[in-house]
Design a protein around this ligand. Sequence first.
Ligand SMILES: Cc1cc2nc3c(=O)[nH]c(=O)nc-3n(C[C@H](O)[C@H](O)[C@H](O)COP(=O)(O)O)c2cc1C
Length: 148
Amino acid sequence: MFKRLKYISRASKRMRPDAISALAKASAENNRRADITGILVETSGIFFQVIEGPAEAVDALFQRISADPRHQELLILNTMDNCDTRLFPQWAMQTVSLRSDDIRADAIKLLLDTAVEGQRRVQLLSGGIERFVWTEVAANQAATVETT
Ligand SMILES: Cc1cc2nc3c(=O)[nH]c(=O)nc-3n(C[C@H](O)[C@H](O)[C@H](O)COP(=O)(O)O)c2cc1C
């Protein structure tokens, strides 16, 4: 059984193609040792990555990746435990760089913007709900105190 995790992030600073190649090479070497496979798509300063493998290995890798200062605004798009098969069994980490005018780049950018905006709204709404619930609880407590 495998775990699969997909995330999207924004590069902290635009990485040059040689820096991306170096990252891809080091990643593939590490991943081969850890039995991880996947893809890393880079376009106009946005990363989209799929990592898959044994659950502990995926979790350990994602912890390192999320602490990496080379990118920020990491958003997990999807995690799946107990996958029977891998999507990219032959790739220790296949890196794909898309030109900014590639139509697939537009889709990835839109995905990041939508995900970031969605996340912002979720935070706003959950904060609002929390405050609403607390006001209600506080009012009920005040009423209880009055009647006792
Ligand atoms: C977008 C992005 C994707 C990465 N993908 C991987 C990866 O698939 N495998 C990997 O070992 N490191 C990957 N890294 C690098 C890790 O964050 C980390 O620097 C590396 O694993 C070395 O960690 P260590 O210095 O703690 O040994 C990625 C970094 C970035 C910014």
